[in-house]
Design a protein around this ligand. Structure first.
Ligand code: IPE
Ligand code: IPE
Ligand code: MG
Length: 249
């Protein structure tokens, strides 16, 4: 490893280790535009996007951030051309198969959230395998939102709770924020402290609607395939300058 590579692995000196976000969520947007700018087909942007995600995951581990959640495919993304959807599903499956060993070596616990039953069977198999094998890993909690919709997640939680009420397991007045959050797909991980969206779009696009209630938002014009450690560092500096008031003064 070169001196520069070693330096990049260390937490930059201007960041305060005590005030790092515990959980970072990213809306990885701009793959298509990145490809278009290079005169390439959109799908090659997705392929580059995977390299970015791998590096940001490793960076989180290197710098001591304990949870990363990435938005890989929304419930609305089925509306894209069939070839693009097919490419993405095949890409997810291949990357999972290729990266499992390294995730074990790097102590990554991977978890998928979303309506996984609607994904291709062979992808579901890889998803289940990776979740089972990495279940006891403690290095970082890595969550991938695939066929994920924030509204769908809330509806699913309501349905599960309503069923329990109907069966007499719980009473309606026992439903509070904490019980509700335990029925979301993300019950195993704390809410994101920082939500990053690349490519300049100023919207949430149905991502973690409940969980981002008090996340700090960071939006950059940089396209996802170009989002590197320097950009991530910039996002973390911006985060550390925020005054998180949570409604207080
Ligand atoms: C994000 O990049 C990746 C997915 C939604 C799967 P896009 O594919 O949305 O890229 P743009 O927004 O068209 O540039
Ligand atoms: C959000 O990006 C979904 C993912 C990054 C997976 P989109 O590109 O689908 O969002 P919109 O369409 O610009 O809102
Ligand atoms: Mg997009």
């Amino acid at each position: 490893m070169t001196a520069k590579q070693t330096a990049l692995r260390e937490l930059p000196a201007d960041l305060n280790r005590e005030r790092l976000p515990k959980h970072v969520a990213v809306i990885m947007d701009g793959n298509g535009r990145w490809a278009k700018r290079q005169g390439l087909p959109r799908i090659l942007g997705h392929r580059r996007g995977v390299d970015t995600l791998k590096d940001i995951l490793r960076c989180c581990k290197d710098w001591g951030i304990k949870a990363l959640t990435a938005y890989a495919f929304s419930t609305e993304n089925w509306g894209r051309p069939l070839e693009e959807v097919d490419f993405l599903m095949t890409l997810f499956e291949r990357v999972l198969r290729q990266e499992l060993r390294e995730m074990m070596e790097e102590d990554v616990q991977i978890h998928f959230v979303g309506n996984l039953n609607a994904l291709p069977r062979s992808l579901q198999t890889e998803i289940n395998r990776s979740m089972e094998e990495t279940y006891d890993n403690k290095g970082i909690q890595f969550t991938v939102a695939t066929n994920y919709g924030g509204r769908q997640e809330i509806v699913d939680a309501c349905r599960a709770i309503a069923t329990q009420v109907q069966q007499g397991v719980i009473q309606p007045d026992q439903i509070d924020e904490s019980l509700f959050a335990r029925h979301l797909y993300t019950s195993r991980v704390c809410d994101p402290d920082l939500l990053i969206r690349t490519s300049g779009e100023m919207r949430i696009s149905n991502f973690l609607l409940w969980q981002v209630a008090y996340a700090e938002l960071y939006i950059t014009d940089t396209l996802w395939p170009d989002f590197d450690r320097t950009e991530f560092h910039r996002a973390l500096c911006a985060y550390q300058q925020r005054d998180r008031r949570f409604g207080r003064v």
